[in-house]
Design a protein around this ligand. Structure first.
Ligand SMILES: Cc1cc2nc3c(=O)[nH]c(=O)nc-3n(C[C@H](O)[C@H](O)[C@H](O)COP(=O)(O)OP(=O)(O)OC[C@H]3O[C@@H](n4cnc5c(N)ncnc54)[C@H](O)[C@@H]3O)c2cc1C
Ligand code: SF4
Length: 444
């Protein structure tokens, strides 16, 4: 750990500012329990980031300048798993009850991190989730082969024991009116994610066998949890030729799921050009490198291709049978970079299932956000100031809902920061509405 300045903790490194050299040294000294305490001091869910974080810390590691960086993420997972195995992860005591009530809308990592922090600060916290299970994309996006759901359950048990209340099957803005929420709670945190999928605007989109990746992944996670999916609604890759459109994380999770379901062929197409194998010169150390990334799912099989644009889908009897595409090049036009079709590059492919994993355009504005009157910025995310405050007094936002589709580690960071901002707000603004009532009740 003699790296001098630990860039892994700096601005280009770990977003939750984990004290990496400290817990690495403690592990080396076989002081695992102390390492766990140091790790949990900055990160509510190291068992998640240890499994799923793309580890910007490792890209910024000083050792990485001359050889392989320290395997920080693996060490983080080892500490977190040992802490659970040894029974060191127990409910934490909370500060004396404040009398304030906070509603958290959405139970992804941002909402969960905020809820845990707020409860420990002494506030009563209710997490509302529209799905039937808690976890957000941890539950219904990320497949079991990347995150065993028992890991999530263990953490949720801890949070329940600490006194966080969970209400599933409640869509705020539909099942629960926002006015009721405002009346019953002193502050509201919006952590509803940014799950509006980018659509394929091409002929044949409406054919059977063409689905959004999230519908496919959600189903498989439900099966994994023991639910039975109706045959009529089932999206299943077994025995099929599959094309996944979109080269990102969601796409690779689809690829891995298709392999497990027994697809005969799996292709993954990306519109952007193939990135370089090694760190691009435009992203020098310690920055997060632009380079080709491969997941376990890619190592398991399938074929990836880049600079491919799907032009249309065609089919028989209402079901997709062919995907038609062209190759494209990225050129600098008058109005910025644009994709230009390569002449005579058309091709088509026999296909039985097409999964659309082309990213997310932003937050769902109907219902919750429009009823509250919260401003959504031009990039499709809820606008806030640096204190995570929206334009509506007492309403805060964090995670993907505030920054757009991002990462678990950023959701945790934003949840923690937003919790601190809400705590400050509650202690400052004790003169109006429900806040005043709570305050009076607390002191009575
Ligand atoms: C397939 C996939 C794989 C990914 N893999 C990784 C990975 O390996 N590593 C990584 O770091 N990141 C990954 N990500 C990104 C990561 O999952 C997200 O950045 C993170 O989950 C965002 O957390 P969040 O709490 O902001 O929102 P979410 O996890 O999206 O949770 C929001 C929750 O709010 C609920 N909600 C929304 N509106 C309401 C309402 N009105 N009332 C009640 N509930 C509501 C939603 O149902 C949802 O459960 C992946 C994303 C996807 C889609
Ligand atoms: S949370 Fe991510 S960036 Fe931070 S130490 Fe863990 S792996 Fe590295």
């Amino acid at each position: 750990m003699d790296c001098g300045v630990p860039f892994c903790q700096g601005d280009t490194g770990c977003p939750v500012q984990n004290v990496i050299p400290e817990w690495n040294a403690l592990v080396r000294e076989n002081r695992w329990r102390d390492a766990s305490l140091a790790l949990h001091a900055t990160n509510n869910f190291p068992e998640l980031t240890g499994r799923l974080c793309p580890a910007p810390c490792e890209s910024a590691c000083v050792l990485g300048l001359i050889e392989q960086p320290v395997a920080i993420r693996n060490i983080e997972q080892a500490i977190a798993d040992k802490a659970f195995q040894e029974g060191w992860v127990v409910p934490s005591a909370h500060a004396p009850d404040s009398g304030f009530r906070v509603a958290v809308v959405g139970s992804g990592p941002a909402g969960l991190a905020a809820a845990q922090q707020l409860r420990r600060m002494g506030h009563a916290v209710v997490v509302f989730e529209k799905d039937d299970r808690i976890g957000g994309l941890l539950r219904y996006g990320i497949p079991d082969f990347k995150l065993e759901k028992e890991v999530l359950e263990l953490r949720l048990r801890q949070m329940e024991s600490e006194g966080v209340l969970f209400e599933t099957g409640v869509e705020v803005g539909r099942d629960l009116h926002v006015q009721q929420l405002r009346d019953e709670f002193d502050a509201v945190l919006l952590a509803g994610g940014a799950q509006v999928a980018r659509e394929l605007k091409a002929e044949g989109r409406e054919l059977g066998g063409v689905h959004l990746a999230m519908d496919y992944l959600t189903q498989q996670n439900k099966r994994g949890a023991g639910d039975v999916i109706d045959d009529h609604d089932a999206i299943w890759a077994g025995g099929k030729r599959v094309v996944v459109i979109g080269g990102g994380d969601t796409g690779s999770d689809c690829v891995g799921t298709c392999h497990r379901q027994g697809a005969t062929e799996v292709y993954q197409f990306e519109l952007l050009p193939r990135p370089p194998k090694e760190r691009a010169e435009s992203t020098p150390w310690p920055q997060w490198p632009m380079k080709l990334r491969s997941s376990h799912a890619h190592e398991e099989g399938g074929e990836r291709d880049w600079s491919v644009s799907t032009t249309r889908l065609s089919g028989e009897n209402g079901r997709v049978t062919k995907l038609h595409a062209v190759r494209v090049e990225l050129e600098n036009g008058a109005s910025g970079p644009q994709f230009v079709e390569v002449p005579d590059s058309e091709f088509s492919l026999d296909v039985d299932l097409v999964l659309l994993a082309m990213g997310f355009t932003g937050v769902q504005t109907d219902g919750l956000l429009s009823n509250l009157g919260v401003t959504v910025g031009p990039r499709g995310a809820v606008a806030t100031d640096a204190q995570y405050r929206t334009n509506v007094a007492g309403v805060f936002a964090a995670g993907d809902m505030r920054r757009g589709a991002s990462l678990i580690v950023w959701a945790i960071r934003e949840g923690r920061d937003a919790a601190a901002a809400i705590d400050r707000h509650l202690h400052q603004a004790t003169t109006t509405g429900a806040t005043a009532r709570r305050s009076a009740a607390a002191s009575a």
